[in-house]
Design a protein around this ligand. Structure first.
Ligand code: FCB
Length: 451
């Protein structure tokens, strides 16, 4: 990334953005709450992490940041930074330990306290109903492979939203369908750790059916401001060959177009259907009316780009990632703000066409340490500046970009990579669990303070 962006302060302040522009932070239940507390049921992440070799150092989210007990302190950090919104997720297993049937009152009470806690602090609740912690008993029944998951998910949605739906500001049913389906059932990197094309195809479809059913369920409850949050990676051919171009196009289809095509166009990309088609459920097209239930906004999660090339085989998708030359974060992800620019424009022009768009996740991991009582993270500040510059330009160009959420409030459980990848604006000492705002948190507070 060019060095024109500051490393000690944010180049864009509240005053640089339109008055209704929202600044927020994002987090998720399993990554921060502590799944062993409060009568939470087991999720497939507890099981995945208990299986040797699946997660770094065998780490899991059983304690995580103990947000379950420290939520008030954490919400104070959101408020004190001057943020407008907090994007949090609800653990299905905390609300319904068996996934269906008997609710866990303690769990529902927790989310009610959390939402009320945000409102008391003048922070708008942006809820996500599924950020990957599927109750184990539903995983036993096939999880995302089983078509019934759409009904289970709609039922769960109703149970929790009957209690808090009147107070959340905005809701997206599912975080990042690509991760739920492809990363977890084809690549095997996330729970349930499968590498199975039939399971993948079914998950790719059922995740959208569940999205549609939950959206309908919330609308029936009278809820408003219902969105769709998908993640994107800018796919570039690794070289100039026609084969590399075709591979990058296929990668883009699987990752970036499948879910939006389903919701906004009632179809799936042809080049992806060539591989997944034979494994999709029979008559899947009949579900598009539910899948295409209108949404009120679209959320873009964006982190990086990928260079793509053919892998030399003829087995779908027959592509591989090639290491790129750009500066990388601790995740080994190239820093490429231009990709965010591309997706804001594509989502607006090809899909959302005027609906409000939020950047629902953007941020970076760095090896932050406490030095003399402070936590300097100049790379993160520069990263945020580089991406906010693209958001600012898009707003100037008249795109309806309505908010920007940083991933994440706290250092947390980065899934299979454990606790080492620190994404937080606030440092967490994982021995004592004490929180310490990093330089980026202070920079944000300065940029957001009322003029
Ligand atoms: C996103 C996830 C989030 C976190 C960040 C780094 O894909 O939504 O939980 O892991 O990546």
């Amino acid at each position: 990334m060019t060095s024109t962006f500051s490393r000690d302060r944010l180049d864009f302040t509240r005053a640089s953005m339109p008055e209704d522009f929202q600044f927020g932070v994002a987090a998720s239940s399993y990554q921060i709450e502590g799944s062993k507390f409060g009568g939470c049921g087991r999720s497939h992440w507890d099981d995945f992490a208990a299986t040797p070799g699946n997660t770094a150092r065998g780490e899991d989210g059983s304690l995580a940041c103990d947000h379950y007990h420290r939520w008030a302190e954490d919400l104070d950090l959101v408020r004190d930074a001057g943020l407008d919104c907090y994007r949090f997720s609800i653990s299905w297993a905390r609300v319904l330990p068996e996934g269906r049937g008997q609710a866990n009152q303690e769990g529902i009470d927790f989310y009610e306290r959390l939402v009320d806690g945000m409102l008391e602090r003048g922070v708008k609740p942006f809820a996500t109903l599924y950020h990957w912690d599927l109750p184990s008993p539903l995983a036993d029944l096939g999880g995302w492979r089983n078509r019934d998951i759409a009904s289970w998910f709609a039922d769960y949605t109703e149970v929790i939203m009957r209690r808090i739906g009147d107070r959340v500001h905005a809701t997206a049913p599912i975080n990042e369908p690509w991760c739920v389906a492809w990363l977890s059932h084809f690549m095997g990197h996330h729970a349930p750790g499968l590498r199975d094309i039939r399971a993948t195809a079914r998950a790719m479809h059922h995740v959208l059916l569940a999205h549609g059913r939950a959206t309908q369920a919330m609308r029936a409850l009278g809820m408003k401001n219902l969105g769709l949050v998908t993640n994107f990676e800018y796919a570039e051919p690794a070289d100039e060959s026609a084969e590399a171009k075709a591979s990058a196009h296929l990668y883009d289809g699987i990752y970036n177009r499948w879910f939006l095509d389903g919701v906004f166009k009632k179809s799936y990309p042809q080049e992806v259907l060539a591989g997944l088609g034979p494994h999709l459920p029979e008559n899947y097209e009949q579900d598009f009316d539910i899948i295409a239930e209108p949404v009120d906004w679209v959320g873009i999660n964006y982190y990086t780009r990928k260079l793509i090339a053919p892998d030399g085989t003829d087995q779908f998708p027959a592509l591989k990632e090639v290491e790129g030359p750009l500066p990388k974060t601790l995740m080994d992800w190239e820093i490429y703000p231009e990709g965010l620019d591309f997706f804001m424009r594509r989502v607006h022009e090809d899909y959302a066409q005027g609906l409000p768009i939020y950047i629902t996740e953007n941020g970076m991991a760095s090896p932050d340490v406490v030095k003399d009582g402070a936590v300097p993270d100049p790379d993160r500040i520069q990263f945020l500046n580089g991406h906010l510059a693209k958001v600012h330009k898009a707003v100037e160009d008249g795109l309806p970009i309505k908010g920007y959420f940083i991933w994440s409030l706290l250092d947390n459980y980065e899934w299979a990579l454990g606790y080492e990848k620190r994404f937080g604006l606030v440092h967490v000492d994982f021995d004592t669990l004490s929180r310490r705002p990093k330089a980026s948190w202070h920079a944000l507070k300065e940029a957001l303070k009322a003029e």
